[in-house]
Ligand binder design. Structure first.
Ligand code: MG
Length: 338
């Protein structure tokens, strides 16, 4: 197998503001793995708050030697090797895992949702993200989201109630919220969740800082809606850290090293009675197609990352009646845009 990679910069449709940061671009690294004339595509998306950069990803990828592997090797053997090279580097590892899935799926001429036996129609509605913004922009973004059946609203600033009231003046579409650790008082957080519940909010992502474990457990116990771990949960090995603290976990390929581990997390979460959300970064249709293979197996999908960028260099994911569908094509089911 031959691994190649190059940096690429995603241009965002709107300045993206979270409780902790604001930006107009997202750096990514695009990966290709070639074997027997088949090419598998992968991607590492690197929003700055995660700490990885194009340089750290390319430095990690340069250390990998895939020349010793071929399609006759088990894919998991290669994934285990990649994970063993260095700790961390989850997005870089995910880029290789995604490319391997594309490659192996193409080699057997099947998309992964089919290999895994999933029914694409059983995917939950995917949410469309509305970042923290001015009243006018919030209104405009809400109108732009008319094809979606669920809105994901970023909270955690001083304008939380204004943002929700503005959206509710435009639409009664269900909302989920993500405070990105923005609420630091458990009584305030519980008041907010009760206020939001009355306004059609169905679940909340990471209301409090990840360090505030006891306060989060207190909040989850009293919350009128499920409380989902995002910043508090990265990989399968974190599962014990969220049990009894949160109602569920937000799996992102870039956090958990890719599709293989994401599938294991879903299986373990089911056994633990935890809700499962499948999220994304701003990323191209490559990484979104990878995540959408798993969408039929989760409770909540937040797979709009490719719709938030201007220069998507892949195609192959569709939004139909508010759900993200991976294509019928093998592997990830994507094509490179010329
Ligand atoms: Mg989140």
């Amino acid at each position: 197998m031959k691994l190649t990679f190059k940096p690429y910069t995603l241009e965002l449709n709107h300045t993206f503001t979270l409780a902790t940061s604001s930006r107009t671009t997202t750096p990514v690294v695009l990966v290709e793995i070639e074997s027997d004339g088949i090419i598998g595509y992968g991607e590492a998306s690197l929003p700055p708050y995660l700490g990885a950069t194009q340089e750290t990803v390319m430095r990690f990828l340069s250390k990998l030697d895939l020349s010793k592997y071929s399609l006759s090797d088990e894919m998991q053997t290669i994934i285990d090797y990649i994970d063993s090279v260095e700790p961390g580097n989850t997005a870089a590892k995910a880029s290789v895992d995604i490319a391997l899935h594309d490659l192996y799926g193409k080699a057997v001429c099947k998309p992964w949702w089919n290999i895994w036996g999933y029914d694409r129609d059983s995917s939950p509605y995917t949410s469309y993200t509305i970042g923290i913004d001015t009243e006018e922009i919030i209104k405009q973004k809400t109108l732009e989201a008319k094809d979606f059946r669920l809105l994901k609203v970023k909270l955690g600033s001083d304008n939380d109630k204004m943002i929700i009231d503005t959206i509710r003046r435009v639409t009664d579409t269900p909302i989920c919220i993500d405070a990105n650790q923005g609420w630091t008082d458990k009584y305030f957080a519980l008041d907010m969740l009760n206020w939001l519940y009355e306004r059609g909010v169905t679940f909340a992502e990471q209301p409090m800082p990840k360090e505030m474990i006891d306060d989060t457990a207190w909040l989850t116990e009293r919350s009128p809606m499920p409380v989902i771990a995002d910043e508090s949960f990265q990989r399968l090995s974190d599962m014990d850290k969220v049990k009894g603290i949160f109602s569920g976990v937000n799996i992102k390929l870039m956090k958990c090293t890719g599709m293989a581990e994401a599938k294991k997390i879903i299986e373990v979460a089911r056994k633990e009675n935890l809700k499962v959300m499948l999220g994304c970064m701003t990323e191209t249709s490559c990484a979104i197609a990878a995540a959408s293979q798993l969408a039929p197996a989760v409770d909540y999908a937040d797979l709009d990352g490719n719709l938030l960028i201007k220069n998507d260099c892949f195609e192959g994911v569709s939004l139909i009646d508010g759900k993200v569908y991976a294509s019928d094509m093998p592997g990830l089911g994507i094509k490179k845009r010329i």
